[in-house]
Design a protein around this ligand. Sequence first.
Ligand SMILES: [Zn+2]
Length: 221
Amino acid sequence: MIGLLGLKRGASSARLRVLCLGAHSDDIEIGCGGTLLQLAKTRPRPEFRWVVLSAIGARATEAKRGARKFLGPAAQDAIRLHEFRDGYFPAQFAAIKDAFEQIAREFQPDIVFTHRREDRHQDHRVVSDLTWNTFRKQLILEYEIPKWDGDLGVPNFFVPVNRRSAQSKAKALLDVFGSQRSKDWFSEETFLGLMRLRGMECRATDGYAEAFHARKIVVPL
Ligand SMILES: [Zn+2]
């Protein structure tokens, strides 16, 4: 997949650079944790940047634990946490835009994982909009977050996830994000169920997949 998209240029070339953006400290893991678990094991190992825009107090600790759990040794030097107010991103747009400019100055990714444009959470939409505003030459993959709003769409880009990664993702989410357990949807069943559905849609070998919205794909021939 990555080869087809022109993102892997042989073992001797530069490492793949992967930027993971999340509004809150469980979004990246929920949206693309299985993909990242597998991507972090590829050789040469990609270089990651893991950015959470609202990670304060206990949620900052969770964000760091989450990144380490999913990226393993690749989490070293990858984590960048900000302290924007949860739920109020539209009112902090200018400051968050400045943060994005800073991210782009420090790290030039090949792939960006971010929130989906039509996500009903206002913080998620700000992150999605600023991703497209900031990164013009990169492959942007928008991940999905199940929620009460029922805003899942029809994705067009699938990454099959093996059974072990799917189960590790679901377990790690419950293990790391204790602060989210009060949400009745935050369960292993939800995460495995969505991956199973997406795996069925793309006929994944192990039955699991994560799905993304890819609005623009450039295929170099
Ligand atoms: Zn979120």
